[in-house]
Each structure stands twice: as C-alpha cells, then as structure tokens.
Design a protein around this ligand. Structure first.
Ligand code: PLP
Length: 391
C-alpha cells in the first residue's frame, strides 16, 4: 500500500485548491481548522470529473433514486462494512447537512431533537430551522472516553424528544462507536418510538484499530432510522455538492420521495460523477490516505508528548480531527491564542460545545512537516508566555 498514491499539496497548490481552508487565512498562517485535507485529489476522481466537464455535464442532475450512484454506494458499503444496502434506497441530496435537515423536516415528529455535544457546529441550529428545539446530550470534558450517556438519552426521550442526531464516526469526538454501544442506542430509541438520523459522513475515515458499524446494519433499525453518507469528506470533494440519503424501509423511502422538490436543494451532476468514481475506483487511494492519517495520529501523539505534555487528547479512532483539551495551559480560548501568537488556525472548542473553555480541534490531514511545525508553534504560543490565571 504505502503512501505513494497520496501526494501532499505544496503551499501554493493548497492556496489555489482549498479556497476556504487556505484561501481565507493570512499568508503567514498555517491552516488546521475546517475539515479539508492538504492532499491532491484521488486520480480516478480527477479523471472522471475532468471528463464530465469536458463533455459539458454542467446542467441539472438526473432526478432519480438508485442509479449508478446507488449501485456504487451499495458496492462500497458491502466491501468496506459488510453492509447490504438496496441501491434503490439510495437518494442523492446536495450535502449531508441538508440531508439531515430534510430528514428532520419530512420524517420526524415535531418534538425536540437530541444533539450529543460537542457537535459539528453548523448542525447546532438545525433543529431550530426545522421548528424544533435542540436538547443536548453532553459529554463530560473530564471523561477519559467520550461515550453516549444512554440513561440521559432515555430521560430526554422520556421527556418528549423525538429524534436523535447520531454522528458516527463522531466529529469532534473522534469516536467510532462499537456495535454494542449502537445496540444500546437502538434499544433506548425503540423503547420510546423515536427516530435516529445517522450522519455517517466520516465512515470511510475509520483508522486502524476501530471499525465502522453502519447504524442501519443493526437489526431493528430500518423503521426508525435513516443514514446520510457521502464520499465528500474522505475524498475532499465537498464543493462538488452531492451526498446520499440511505433508507432501509420502503415506507420511509416513499415519504421522502413524496416530499416537495422545494424542500431539497438539488445536487450537482459533477458531485454524482465524483462520488461514483470515489466509491468504485477509490479504494487504493483511500487505503493510502488511511495509512497516512494513522501515521499522522502517531506523529501527533509524539509531538504532544514532547511539546505540549499537559495536553489531553482522547484516542482518535476515526476522522482526521483531533480534539485537544488544553485547559492545563490556562487559556479560555486556546485557538485564539494559537492564532494570534502562533499563526496557526485551529477550530475553537466552544464552537462545538457552547460555553466550553480550554479546548480546540486540530486538523491533522496535512504533511508530517506541517503538522510538526503546527504543534511547535502551538507550544510556543501556549507554553512560553503563560498568563497567570485562567479567565
Ligand atoms: C459530522 C459532519 N457532518 C457533516 C459535515 C458537513 O458535510 P456537508 O458539507 O456535506 O454538509 C461535516 C463536515 O466536516 C461533519 O463533520
């Protein structure tokens, strides 16, 4: 396998390619914030999208379920997770967040939505925009392992919440939940007749030592759960605009197909092409990526031990987003300090968990050289001039 398939972008290339991550920071800032990777695209994706643009495929997409996209995702799910998906139950949607919103809107009862916190922050308001209330299932920042508190989930559902937004693997917890944990979730949800929306965008990014168990692969989930998946996070193609909703129950599918078109922002045909290429021909590149991310995880552990020994990092089982507890260094907002003094842009912890101090999320999907420089600069900012007391 090895790394040969994976090519690091140079700084100039990254600035041109990643207009959000690199293009919106000052030239002296190393960006390690938004979830994009500093690697050249997978060659099969480039070839397929280039050919589609050359052929003029820039009109509306085909409005169909299943099709080549459904077949490609079903084959990927079978190979990677041993999960049998009916290709006809795969529906395109513009992105994962819109998919979650659509599912809440169309399928969920009006009651509150349970949101495990910390959470992917653009989804913090998703319950409200569908006219629902968000109720939080908070992970104790002192817990050695981030786990879903099933007793609390039980209490929230008993108090009237109707939907759980499950993110798995979890950003920013870095967790890939085990089958037993997910079965525990299922049992609580079924007891209350509630629904699950399972955001599985990070599923291809499970690192060695963990596995991804699709929620819909568990017995007894088809009638209450829908997954939203995408190739876009693992293959850096978010700008091509295509995610997929996966259902496992004909009645649920029917309700989604009857939803008015105005409810769904339509996806791009180029996103469909990219997803089909990634799912069908992307395995070797994905394997090289996962190898690299596993090596970056190891490197980060070593760098933290050397430069920021008081940092606490929960085990990173999946994703390339490390959740760092830096409370020991005394800054309420370490991301602000690291940006100002270290010229490294990370993601502030309080964006993911309003009110939480002392945490940040670090994106490690870059070169080993950049990661080394990032941690060195973070340490310079946090360690050399400590302020006397936490704010
Ligand atoms: C858990 C999770 N869901 C959704 C998204 C965003 O996906 P999309 O751009 O397809 O809405 C991200 C982005 O990092 C994420 O971490």
């Amino acid at each position: 396998m090895g790394d040969a398939l994976l090519r690091d972008l140079t700084d100039d290339e990254a600035r041109r390619a990643l207009v959000c991550k690199w293009g919106s920071v000052d030239p002296d800032v190393l960006p390690a914030w938004v979830a994009e990777m500093d690697y050249a695209l997978a060659p099969p994706v480039v070839a397929a999208v280039t050919a589609a643009v050359a052929a003029g495929m820039t009109g509306y997409p085909r409005f169909e379920r299943g099709g080549a996209l459904g077949e490609a995702y079903a084959a990927f799910a079978r190979r990677h997770y041993g999960h049998q998906v009916d290709p006809g139950q795969v529906l395109p949607v513009v992105d994962v967040t819109s998919g979650v919103r659509l599912l809440l809107d169309v399928l969920s009862d009006p009651g509150p939505m349970v949101m495990p916190l910390p959470a992917y922050h653009p989804q913090l308001d998703i319950a409200q925009v569908t006219g629902r209330r968000r109720v939080d299932l908070v992970v104790d920042p002192d817990a050695a392992r981030a786990e879903l508190d099933l007793d609390r989930l039980d209490a929230l559902l008993a108090a009237g919440a109707r939907t759980l937004l499950l993110t798995q693997p979890h950003n920013p917890w870095g967790r890939a939940f085990s089958r037993a944990e997910l079965e525990g979730v299922r049992d609580v949800v079924v007891r209350h007749g509630a629904r699950v929306i399972s955001d599985e965008i990070h599923a291809p990014l499970v690192l060695p030592g963990a596995e991804h168990v699709p929620y819909l692969s568990l017995d007894g989930t088809a009638e209450h759960a829908v997954a939203v998946v995408a190739a876009s996070k693992a293959f850096n193609t978010a700008g091509l605009r295509c995610a997929q909703i996966v259902t496992a129950d004909p009645a649920t599918l029917e309700r989604l197909l009857r939803a008015p078109m105005a409810r769904n922002d339509s996806w791009s045909p180029l996103g469909v092409v990219a997803a089909v290429a990634a799912y069908t021909d992307g395995d070797p590149w994905l394997a090289a990526l996962v190898d690299r991310l596993a090596a970056q995880r190891e490197l980060l552990t070593a760098l933290l031990a050397e430069h920021l020994p008081e940092a606490r990092m929960r085990p990173l089982e999946a994703t390339y987003l490390a959740w760092l507890d830096l409370r020991a260094y005394g800054y309420a907002d370490p991301a602000a300090r690291v940006l100002e003094r270290g010229r490294v842009k990370t993601a502030p912890g309080h964006h993911y968990h309003p009110g939480l101090t002392g945490h940040l999320r670090l994106n490690i999907a870059t070169s080993p050289q950049r990661l080394t420089e990032i941690v060195r600069r973070m340490a310079d900012a946090l360690v050399t001039e400590p302020e006397p007391a936490p704010r």
